[in-house]
Design a protein. Structure first.
Length: 311
């Protein structure tokens, strides 16, 4: 069974599966329709997109498994973000493949999912475990081993704070600029919206990197985050910026999670991803003008009523 709201993509996936010898019992575009269809056709494997128009894919996963406990759900999504992967696994998904995967990789994933394997795209964002303000203990390695055994990428770090800032090197520019792009690059540069200016399009990661001005801003934000980490005593590699950019170029038209939240009118992760790093940098006397301007624009764009103060 295939569940995806884009007709061309849905039809192409169903066609590939049929040509490979699979019996596609249903191909639908909405979560509620998928749950009704599953109750009737009882699929063995459900290939499910996370972003559906009527309900989140994680809710569909839960409902699908409640209706068809023996079904195995394989997420096929444009998102490779850690939180999306974890939410899907917690909902009961048996595997997670990004849409940038090739045809052969996708079909192999379906076969392995049907056979009972836990299947995840190579290099997919996973868990990072550690101990707060101390080195990992044997229990940390044991837990990581169990998580990897379940098919979820997991690594152990000796410094959680450093690992957090390494993630911020990607999250701050791509999550932040994906939303702030609605205000235009001039507004993001100065940190304030233009009165009366209509909102522009929200840019996916490939669009940000295709425009020289936006790409420059991505790099400047990345290096500000790295330098802020250095100022806080955290050894984050300068080379991480180029590594993240190179990896992001392979992701296609990817919507970062903050952009998706903004499109849905949901609260943005302002505090943990943007405002708290800015507060820490200021507290340490570190100059981060690009981050400060980005935070200002995001606060102005955030849904009405969302708490967003720099407290």
């Amino acid at each position: 069974m295939v569940v995806d709201d884009h007709p061309m993509w849905r039809d192409a996936v169903a066609r590939d599966l049929t040509e490979a010898g699979f019996d596609v019992v249903a191909a639908v575009g909405e979560g509620a329709h998928a749950l009704r269809a599953a109750a009737a056709v009882r699929p063995d494997v459900v290939v499910l997109d996370l972003q559906l128009p009527d309900m989140p894919g994680v809710e569909v996963t839960r409902g699908m498994l409640a209706t068809c406990p023996r079904a195995r759900v394989l997420i096929l999504s444009a998102s490779g973000e850690q939180q999306d992967v974890l939410d899907a696994v917690k909902a009961g998904a048996a595997g997670y493949i990004v849409k940038s995967a090739g045809r052969a990789e996708f079909l192999d994933a379906v076969r392995r999912t049907a056979a009972g394997d836990a299947v995840f795209s190579p290099g997919l964002a996973g868990l990072v475990l550690g101990e707060f303000r101390r080195y990992p203990e044997p229990r940390t390695q044991d837990i990581a081993s169990m998580i990897r055994h379940a098919g979820i990428p997991c690594e152990v770090t000796d410094n959680l704070a450093r690992a957090h800032w390494e993630k911020l090197v990607w999250n701050i520019p791509f999550n932040g600029l994906g939303v702030a792009s609605a205000a235009g690059i001039a507004a993001v540069a100065r940190g304030s919206l233009s009165p009366g200016r209509p909102r522009g399009p929200l840019l996916t990661t490939d669009q940000l990197l295709a425009d020289p001005a936006w790409e420059t801003l991505v790099r400047e934000l990345m290096h500000e985050v790295i330098h802020a980490a250095h100022g806080l005593g955290l050894k984050v590699s300068e080379a991480l910026a180029e590594k993240h950019i190179s990896g992001t170029r392979t992701m296609g038209a990817y919507k970062a999670s903050t952009l998706v939240d903004f499109e849905r009118g949901q609260p943005l992760e302002l505090h943990s991803v943007f405002l708290e790093p800015l507060r820490l940098a200021r507290q340490a006397g570190l100059a981060t003008p690009r981050l400060a301007a980005l935070c200002s624009v995001l606060q102005q764009l955030a849904p009405a009523g969302q708490a967003s103060s720099l407290s």
